[in-house]
Design a protein around this ligand. Structure first.
Ligand code: GUN
Length: 307
């Protein structure tokens, strides 16, 4: 875009899209080649298993997608469906069977779970060496102190995007909006680590933050994981900021075959002209999430994190 300066000089500002769809396509090819090499050496392919409880539409879509991508790169995969009436004990027994199954390298229990099941109890029951979601306290703790671990999929995907696009992060002010265990909190830890990407000064904003815009306007790097379509508007963003949009909400749309379209937390048309880098929705963070899960499973199969 062109910006008119007071002195009537004109500078060209370029905004770069962080294209997660394209990076995921490239990384998928690399993973597929690694699996082919493993098999050529006589090893068995990595095996990812997933437990899906109940019939939540979004969870069903996500898990089916994970299984499909596994097959495309040559992984083995198991999808175990359990009724939404399953007891906590029955689910914990199944987790234990997967913990003990030598042929399974890593597995996930898709969240959310029905209300009568305590998710933390289930997460704690997963063998941390097979916890390719990176949700077990052992992996979260090791992440916090910078030790080898499985990183949670969405934050790991964002770190890959920042790294592969060479986005400068050192010394920058990173503002994270949303403090979930899955995205916001791990993102705040990763961006403050002494690493590249990382070395940011981090502010973590959440539902009790007062005058949110005063923080977002100061962000060199703004990471938004709220689940409120179009929440971040141009007046909340600094000129030249890096904006990472983690939101992915289904909004009814009669013009789409599925009857909905996917909307991010950032109002892309007005915010993107101000940015140095921005992730689109769809095609930004989303496609990188599954790649991260594959990377973690590959590491589990090769015992790269825990021996
Ligand atoms: N539900 C939403 N995101 C995730 C994820 O990354 N892992 C699991 N297991 N459940 C989810």
């Amino acid at each position: 875009m062109l910006i008119e300066l007071p002195q009537k000089r004109v500078i060209k500002q370029t905004m770069q899209i962080l294209n997660g769809k394209e990076l995921a396509r490239i990384m998928k090819g690399e993973i597929k080649s690694k699996v082919a090499r493993m098999v050529a050496q006589g090893k068995r392919p990595p095996h990812l298993a997933a437990i899906l409880v109940g019939k939540d539409g979004a969870s069903e879509t996500y898990v089916n997608h994970k299984v499909k991508i596994c097959r495309e790169v040559g992984f083995e995969s198991t999808l175990l469906r359990m009724s939404d009436k399953v007891t906590e004990k029955e689910l914990l027994d199944q987790v234990d069977r997967f913990n003990k199954a030598d042929f399974i390298d890593g597995f996930i229990v898709q969240l959310p779970l029905p209300k009568h099941i305590e998710p933390n109890k289930v997460i704690h029951a997963i063998d941390y060496k097979k916890d390719v979601d990176g949700f077990h306290p052992m992996n979260v703790g090791r992440m916090a102190i910078g030790q080898p671990c499985y990183l949670p999929a969405t934050p790991y995907g964002i770190m890959q995007l920042l790294e592969c696009y060479n986005v400068p992060t050192s010394g920058k002010h990173c503002v994270v909006v949303g403090r979930s265990n899955i995205v916001g909190t791990p993102m705040s830890i990763l961006m403050s680590r002494n690493a590249n990407p990382g070395n940011c000064t981090v502010t973590l904003c959440h539902s009790r933050t007062q005058n949110l815009a005063t923080y977002t306007k100061k962000a060199d790097i703004l990471i938004v994981a709220l689940g409120q379509p179009g929440f971040i508007t141009a007046d909340m963003v600094k000129q030249g900021a890096v904006v990472i949009d983690v939101g992915i909400t289904r909004v009814p749309d009669k013009n789409k075959v599925w009857g909905y379209s996917l909307k991010g937390d950032v109002h892309f048309p007005t915010v993107s002209p101000k940015c140095s880098f921005i992730t689109p929705v769809p095609g930004g963070v989303g496609p990188m999430t599954v790649i991260s899960l594959l990377l973690n499973t590959l590491k589990a199969a090769n015992k790269e994190v825990y021996s």
